[in-house]
Design a protein around this ligand. Structure first.
Ligand SMILES: [Zn+2]
Length: 96
């Protein structure tokens, strides 16, 4: 489970992106995931500000997200019993 929070501006309410913490514990070592069209270069310098007006930001709508996983294919096989070989004629013959 990953902890995700919206990076929202105090001044204009613009959501610059999301903070994602893969551990799901805290945002201490979280990484910034910029929203579409948001330049993440100011974040590289260490200061996270609003991408629109440069105002202070806070974390809003903190929630847990499941990491994206490939679809699990469930093999339907009965364990411990070998498949019984059926005669080839079954199903092909018709009465009448
Ligand atoms: Zn702003």
């Amino acid at each position: 489970m990953a902890l995700v929070g919206d990076v929202k501006c105090y001044y204009c309410g613009f959501v610059s992106g999301e903070m994602v913490s893969p551990t799901g514990q805290s945002f201490k070592n979280a990484t910034f995931r910029p929203a579409a069209g948001v330049d993440s270069t100011p974040v590289q310098k260490g200061a996270l500000r609003c991408a629109r007006c440069g105002g202070p930001v806070f974390l809003d709508d903190v929630r847990t997200e499941k990491p994206a996983q490939p679809p699990f294919v469930f093999e339907r096989e009965r364990p411990g019993r070998p498949r019984r070989a059926r005669p080839a004629s079954v199903g092909t013959t018709r009465a009448g």
